[in-house]
Write a protein that binds this ligand. Structure first.
Ligand SMILES: NC(=O)c1ccc[n+]([C@@H]2O[C@H](COP(=O)([O-])OP(=O)(O)OC[C@H]3O[C@@H](n4cnc5c(N)ncnc54)[C@H](OP(=O)(O)O)[C@@H]3O)[C@@H](O)[C@H]2O)c1
Length: 165
């Protein structure tokens, strides 16, 4: 039985990912891609990210919410009270997605096999950041560059990394 743990995140040029428990941009193409990749798979998130979702729980996905507050239950979600418990709740022999936020990404990075990074080519003022990706540990296997979409003044790239053997 193997867990296949993937991180999915949108990161600014300065590694910013959020401010005031909100995202920093609205990229419709990226949100569609997020839905396409994660639907049908377990998604794991910290309590603050869960609270920030416009639609919760995310439909057609098992939502696993991590909280320190023992005994707390959220309707329609599975709860985990530690990273180890959250890993237990990730599916066997199937991809599970870590969807944020900053604290959860940091704690899960050592356990992840794959990273789906949307790199936004602009720096943002933020209070939450993604850790630096060590290219000695992670190998870039796919890159797609996307031009500004008319609503945003920045380009972005879809980067897929796998852990080096
Ligand atoms: N750009 C992106 O792709 C992206 C994606 C997702 C989120 N975000 C942004 O990230 C920000 C939120 O990130 P954040 O770091 O502040 O919060 P977070 O990681 O979403 O949630 C933190 C909470 O998760 C729980 N938690 C975390 N680790 C735990 C552990 N080991 N054991 C038990 N509980 C644990 C705690 O909940 P309790 O307080 O209940 O104990 C903690 O307060 C927002 O701005 C959001 O918009 C960005």
């Amino acid at each position: 039985m193997k867990k296949h743990i993937s991180i999915i995140v949108a990161v600014a040029e300065n590694n910013a990912i959020g401010k005031g428990n909100k995202l920093l941009w609205h990229i419709s193409d990226d949100l569609k891609r997020f839905k396409r990749l994660t639907t049908g798979h377990p998604v794991v998130m910290g309590k603050k990210t869960y609270e920030s979702l416009p639609v919760k729980p995310l439909p057609n996905r098992t939502n696993v919410v991590i909280s320190d507050i023992g005994g707390e239950l959220i309707k329609g979600c599975e709860m985990a009270y530690s990273i180890e418990e959250a890993i237990e709740k990730c599916a066997n022999n199937e991809e599970s997605f870590i969807i944020g936020g900053g604290s959860v990404y940091r704690q899960f990075l050592p356990f992840a096999d794959k990273l789906y990074i949307t790199k936004v080519h602009k720096a943002f003022d933020a209070d939450t950041f993604f850790p630096e990706i060590d290219e000695n540990e992670w190998q870039l296997i796919e890159r797609e560059d996307v031009e500004p979409d008319g609503k945003n003044d920045f380009s972005f790239s879809y980067l897929t990394y796998v852990r080096r053997k």
